[in-house]
Design a protein around this ligand. Structure first.
Ligand SMILES: *[C@@H]1O[C@H](CO)[C@@H](O)[C@H](O)[C@H]1NC(C)=O
Ligand SMILES: *[C@@H]1O[C@H](CO)[C@@H](O)[C@H](O)[C@H]1NC(C)=O
Length: 556
């Protein structure tokens, strides 16, 4: 770290805390889990530095769905993938399980004081303002936008393929996908064209590209300990320190935030000008302006009302949506990248999907439509199964961090046996208990998703009885933990599902994807989102090179 005094101060605090900890025992001491490898870091390096999910899967296999592990400075963590406990923490408890101050600071650094940072009433208020923009009909209305962004990329690829002697080209998938999906987000949320697909060097795109990897990839020991110490520092002091912290990772986040701020300001100006001219009223932001006009006001706002609403009341909301969109964009483009990765490893699945797309296209053409409709997509069962399986198998966010604000009793799907031999059907946890909710381990639950849960198999969603309900269903989609659940569930999940379908239809309809020699060296790197890197070439950033050729247009 760059500021030695900063660190010395933090370490001193840490030692004081350690001394305090040693004198205290709790029920958490009785829960089984991996032995700590070091007092400084505990088992966190195993969790954060291994390939995505692998450590958790082995712990889940060995210790079950509630695992006690040591975090930095000998602090306790519960790693939880038990369905009932997750349901309780995320859906039943409301704001009682919240973000600890260190996690809040990470949210603030990445996304400002928006929805990800806010808690309690202020979170509730922001969420209520935004929900109308993210309903099912709005998501469905955006299908043509998603198709047009996907086909813009397809046209560029076609040009490149046509120009090549053998009509084939190797594309670095994450790079292209993230540009096309940035454009999709811009148009869906703000009716704004970033022009990323056409132009390599969008300032914002460049800044965000690879941000996860640069900032959160392979955290060093110093970073892990510093994060742990964040929570002993009063939030305002911490904010001040981080605004001046010369550490390159933090500096990079600040740099990205500055660029985002600049773009956001330009967009607000653009939006208010457009609304004044009576244009561009179908995007999420315009919908929100209308939806939040209040009941007593006529649905037809005057221009002035609209403008003042936009400039005053909604500017913070607006920025929050902007940030959510960017986070959504990064997670979405990672998910689509992993989907394509699976399709080249399963050529049979790829051609089955293409056959389903061809059949649907035929029906659409006979209707006189040039594009598939939402109804068409809903009728494509293999496509829908593949999207679900990708979200299950490749959740881009592996962990949700929560801390309980009160003493609580966690209900459990499966009783746990303590090290003293007691069987607990529920687990009493003291106030301040820190939990790491494991999305990846829950999504691999064999009782729910089948004995082959560790295999990528979309057909599980099509076979009756392959998938069991876990009692209450978790999360907004397909009983998966991928979009989180409850009041903090991902607000844009419907957009993600429809956008994935649109991109896959467009890409598979036009192209065939196949392996390159690097495919066996692809590593699932944890950097808040799980991104692909090539083993031994981490310095090159996100990489998934795939060979692309034209798909035959006739029958498969
Ligand atoms: C807003 O941005 C769009 C591009 O998405 C552009 O065509 C339009 O002219 C801009 N409007 C204003 C008022 O700047
Ligand atoms: C999976 O889910 C079932 C049903 O909710 C639960 O009883 C079980 O403990 C979970 N864990 C595993 C590893 O199957």
């Amino acid at each position: 770290m760059e500021i030695p005094t900063f660190i010395i101060w933090l370490v001193a605090l840490g030692i004081g805390f350690l001394a305090y900890r040693v004198s205290r025992r709790s029920i958490l001491d009785e829960i089984a889990g991996p032995a700590s490898k070091s007092v400084l870091l505990g088992s966190m390096p195993d969790l954060m530095l291994s390939e995505a999910g692998l450590t958790e899967f082995s712990w889940q296999e060995r210790y079950g769905d509630v695992v006690k592990l040591k975090g930095p400075l000998n602090t306790d963590r519960l790693l939880i993938s038990d369905p009932k406990a997750l349901h309780w923490i995320l859906q039943t408890s409301g704001y009682r399980w919240g973000k600890s101050s260190d996690r809040k600071e990470i949210s603030r650094l990445v996304g400002g004081k928006g929805l990800g940072w806010a808690d309690g009433d202020s979170h509730n208020r922001q969420r209520k303002i935004m929900l109308p923009g993210f309903s099912a009909p709005e998501a469905k209305n955006l299908l043509p936008v998603f198709f047009s962004c996907a086909s813009q990329m397809a046209r560029r690829w076609s040009d490149i393929l046509s120009g090549a002697d053998d009509q084939t080209h190797i594309f670095n998938i994450p790079e292209w996908i993230s540009r096309a999906t940035l454009d999709a987000i811009g148009r869906a949320a703000f009716d704004y064209d970033f022009g990323a697909t056409e132009d390599h060097e969008t300032e914002l795109g460049k800044a965000y590209q690879g941000m996860f990897l640069k900032v959160f990839g392979k955290p060093s020991k110093a970073v892990l300990i510093t994060l742990e110490l964040f929570r002993f520092i009063p939030p305002s002091v911490l904010e001040f320190l981080n605004e001046h912290n010369p550490n390159p990772r933090i500096a990079h986040v600040r740099h990205v935030a500055e660029i985002a701020n600049g773009v956001a300001k330009r967009l607000v100006k653009n939006k208010s000008d457009a609304l004044l001219e009576g244009k561009g009223r179908s995007d999420i932001m315009s919908l929100l302006v209308k939806a939040n006009a209040g009941d007593d006001v006529n649905a037809q706002l005057t221009e002035e009302e609209m403008l003042s609403m936009l400039r005053q009341h909604l500017v913070s909301t607006w920025f929050s949506i902007f940030v959510i969109s960017l986070i959504h964009w990064l997670s979405f483009s990672a998910t689509l990248t992993w989907l394509l990765y699976e399709l080249v490893r399963n050529p049979k699945l790829q051609s089955e999907l293409r056959a389903e797309i061809r059949a649907a296209e035929k029906v659409a053409v006979s209707r006189g439509d040039s594009e598939l409709s939402i109804r068409d997509l809903e009728g494509m069962s293999l496509l829908s199964a593949t999207v679900k399986e990708t979200l299950r198998f490749h959740p881009v966010v592996l962990h949700i961090y929560r801390t309980t604000r009160e003493d609580d009793i966690l209900p459990l799907s499966t009783p746990i046996t303590t090290m003293a031999g007691d069987v607990l059907t529920e687990l009493p946890v003291p106030k301040g208990t820190r939990a790491i909710l494991s999305i990846s381990a829950y999504n691999r639950n064999k009782t729910i998703f089948g004995e082959d849960a560790h295999t990528f198999n979309p057909h599980r969603w099509l076979e009756p009885n392959h998938i069991k309900k876990s009692g209450g269903s978790l999360g907004p989609f397909a009983n998966l933990a991928t979009f989180s659940a409850g009041i903090r569930a991902c607000i844009g999940w419907r957009f993600a599902v429809i956008e994935l379908q649109a991109f896959i239809v467009e890409l598979l309809s036009n192209f065939e994807f196949s392996k390159t020699p690097q495919i066996d060296r692809i590593r699932r790197e944890v950097a808040i989102a799980v991104v692909p890197t090539v083993e031994g070439e981490a310095e090159k950033g996100n990489q998934l090179p795939l060979r692309v050729t034209f798909a035959r247009k006739g029958e498969e």
